[in-house]
Design a protein around this ligand. Sequence first.
Ligand code: NAP
Length: 308
Amino acid sequence: MRRGRWTLRAESTTDARARLIDGAAVAATVRERVARDVGELIASGIVPGLTVVLVGDDPASAVYVRAKAKACDEAGMRGEQIVLPATTSEAELLAVVDRLNADPAVHGILVQMPVPKQIDPGAVIRRIDARKDVDGFHPINVGKVLIGESDGFAPCTPAGVVMLLREAGVPLAGAEVVVVGRSNIVGKPVAALLMQPGVDATVTVCHSRTRDLAEHTRRADVLIAAIGRPKFITGDMIRPGAVVIDVGVNRIPDATKKSGTRLVGDVDFDAALGVASAITPVPGGVGPMTIAMLLHNTVRAARQAAAS
Ligand code: NAP
């Protein structure tokens, strides 16, 4: 079994099983680093603060928001939740965003998506001060990520994917990376981050109109699946020895579970285990990195605010 850093092109692994890339462990390391940085900032009189705004009572969103606030507390930051009724108008939500933009104790603002249908999500994202947009969706931050300006904020899931690859020691310079999915949330930003000078991957982005998808995926040293379709990437679509990052989170029926369902990724995990050299599990791979990178971005926002 391969250990330590990988070579760029791993050999075929007929008798080997892919190594698991433990996102929970890497996320814990990032969170420890964040907690140390928070301690330093507090010592200099700055308490980094993140405010998460939830509009409505969608149970899944409420779970995410609570998890983000709890993670802030654990890192020693100020985590605030604002819960607004589902009937909140766009003007009312924009007024809350304006207030948070003006509050110097708030370094990061995140409006949990989706918002109710009377509210234009684009208008809300554009209203957040780009310097506090720790979710990285404001067009200014999207542009900064694309042109490689390091004071911008990259969206948390793609930034988490890059951090995972780095912490796992996967060589990226000159590597063939194939991303399946071109969403603004995952596919496009992860491609932008990986093609930057300094990272230096050669990136191909595929989508639902890509001709002969498997021909692309089989070329990949690093295959990133962000599709939203359970087990869509089959074993024969993976190059032997490739590193596979599965961003997908899909709930499928499973009669053996008490809940009657379980989570799977976009990759057929069992098949990939026998082909890839390393793979992220679902859950426990990319997922935990998202909150860790949110904390990381918030600390950076606090530091940049103090320096400006
Ligand atoms: P999305 O906005 O629905 O985008 C899916 C992408 O997959 C689209 O670009 C689509 O192509 C492409 N696609 C769909 N069917 C395809 C096919 N048959 N062949 C090739 N490409 C195909 O989804 P997303 O927001 O990027 O999320 C993707 C997955 O990641 C979901 O499972 C989501 O739950 C998960 N996710 C996880 C995290 C996390 O772990 N923290 C965060 C975000 C998302 P077109 O553009 O042509 O339609």
